[in-house]
Design a protein around this ligand. Structure first.
Ligand code: NAD
Length: 487
């Protein structure tokens, strides 16, 4: 059966999911489909009272289910059943996701959704394997570092990979014994509601996952400032991360994981396999039309190979297949909104006005929807906004170098440090640059995550605090208590 579908015939779960009920509430924010610009729904905005209701239900559910205190294997079993259900309901989930987001339905079932199920199983494994530590003391004492869940975790996610981002937050928080109140992006909220419904169907005690819909200003602020939200787990822009830090500082101190923006470099040395590099670099800026935190948006190429490399990248950029996200043949995504497309275009135009040379793209694509052509800007300098700003679109800049020092200086971004790509066959250089570069992830001779979920992801500098995925994400959802017993 084809995955293509008619977007007008999808039934959307429009409401907050609190406990085990979908609370239908009046929509307030008009929603338009990125693929054709059509108005299709309104997103409700959870008030402070609704957020409080969700938090209190989560606290109660933690008490009555004793989720944090049950045999850890029971938690793992529920999460595994949830992952199975996500897989068996993948087509429904994919449609809910594709209708409002920029993710093409053909990439969701075997991609985002399959990986999310896999990651939930990955976190389930930690529940009964990672525990407290006995520590060395003299023989008159027993020292212990005991870990325990926080209680209610407040999770906030962006619109660019809605299912994956929800899974990154829910998987480790639940495996570690917490309850969660999740606020997905107001632009792509429905797949998260369905994920929560599936969790309850899988046997997760009602109230341990709640989804409140709404914007950052009202719902997000109410959540991060709520006194009974014990920890905040956020993925989104650096600006919103800073606002959350300020709100948390203002309303009470609590731990935070912040996965924020990036402007990641891809450095190509003269000895690199150029075909491999071109494929990875073009792939990273074409995927989801560059709307990825780790998009490798700054190409820094050795002058000796820049020309053939750019030719190979341009060929790939010109071959994209744009189309609506509900068509299984589509491989190139629209931009999330008209406003965001306008922002991308003004940054490109500003760079061109300053002397940048546009080698391809540089304009919105014709037809319905918010598509923007893959764009390559040459002759940009280090201070150009095209190089410094996170454009969050399909825009790649080209800078060239001749020495390793020059390459490193160009790669170093003043504020962001999320990821970096490095293409070379010289192992010593790989080690030198990997140590010198200020980024939370370095990919060598490839670009992008693999399915090795043990590798954490997170940023240096203003790209964030803490990690998602990996062991670190599990441990970030438990706090430690030092215990010393005199024998
Ligand atoms: P955004 O910051 O505008 O919104 C993200 C989420 O935060 C949304 O749910 C929004 O409603 C909420 N929000 C906004 N302001 C808030 C506030 N003051 N208090 C509480 N909640 C608030 O980001 P976006 O446009 O949805 O997503 C794109 C951004 O996310 C990019 O900067 C991208 O780099 C980043 N991102 C980072 C990662 C990562 O792992 N580092 C992954 C994906 C996306």
């Amino acid at each position: 059966m084809s995955l293509s579908f008619d977007p007008d015939r999808i039934s959307l779960p429009i409401g907050h999911f609190i406990g085990d009920r979908l609370l239908e509430s009046p929509g307030l924010l008009p929603m338009r489909r990125p693929s054709d610009g059509a108005f299709y729904a309104e997103c409700p905005i959870a008030s402070e009272e609704v957020v409080d209701e969700a938090v209190q239900i989560a606290r109660k559910a933690l008490k009555t289910s004793n989720w944090g205190g049950v045999r850890p294997r029971e938690r793992a079993n529920v999460l595994r059943r949830w992952a199975d259900l996500i897989e068996s309901e993948a087509k429904t989930l994919a449609k809910l996701e594709a209708v409002s987001s920029t993710r093409p339905v053909g990439q969701l079932v075997a991609g985002d959704i399959a990986v999310t199920a896999e990651q939930i199983r990955f976190f389930a494994e930690f529940a009964d394997k990672e525990g407290s530590d006995l520590v060395p003391t003299d023989d008159k004492h027993l020292g212990m570092i005991m870990t325990e869940p926080f209680g209610v975790v407040g999770a906030i996610t962006p619109w660019n990979f809605p299912v994956s981002m929800a899974g990154w937050k829910l998987g480790p928080a639940l495996a570690a014994g917490n309850a969660v109140v999740l606020k997905p992006s107001e632009m792509t909220p429905f797949s998260a509601v369905f994920l929560a419904q599936l969790a309850v169907q899988a046997g997760l005690p009602a109230g341990l996952v709640n989804v409140v819909l709404g914007d950052g200003q009202t719902t997000g602020t109410a959540m991060t400032g709520h006194p009974d939200v014990a920890k905040v787990s956020f993925t989104g822009s650096t600006g919103a991360g800073a606002a959350i830090m300020a709100n948390v500082a203002h309303t009470g101190i609590k731990p935070m994981t912040l996965e924020l923006g990036g402007k990641s470099p891809q450095i190509v040395f003269a000895d690199a396999d150029l075909d491999q590099a071109a494929s990875a670099i073009a792939g990273s800026i074409i995927a989801n039309a560059g709307q990825a935190c780790v998009a490798g948006s700054r190409l820094i190429a050795h002058a000796f190979v820049a020309e053939p490399l750019v030719e190979a990248i341009l060929a790939r950029m010109k071959a994209v297949q744009a189309g609506p996200t509900w068509d299984v043949a589509t491989t190139y995504s629209p931009i999330i909104s008209e406003g965001q497309r306008t922002r991308i275009h003004s940054l490109v135009q500003a760079a061109c006005a300053e002397g940048a040379e546009c080698l391809t793209g540089g304009e919105p694509m014709e037809g319905k929807g918010y598509f923007y052509a893959p764009t390559l800007l040459a002759k940009v300098d280090q201070s150009s906004p095209a190089v410094t700003e996170e454009i969050f679109g399909p825009v790649l800049t080209l800078q060239t170098f001749t020495t390793e020092e020059e390459a490193l200086a160009l790669a170093d971004h003043p504020t962001y440090g999320l990821a970096a790509g490095l293409f070379t066959r010289d192992v010593s250089r790989v080690m030198r640059i990997t140590r010198a570069i200020s980024a939370g992830t370095v990919w060598v001779n490839r670009y992008g995550r693999s399915r090795d979920h043990i590798l954490p992801t997170g940023g240096y500098k203003r790209s964030g605090i803490g990690k998602d995925l990996g062991r670190e994400a599990y441990h970030a959802n438990r706090r430690s208590k030092s215990v010393l017993i005199q024998v």
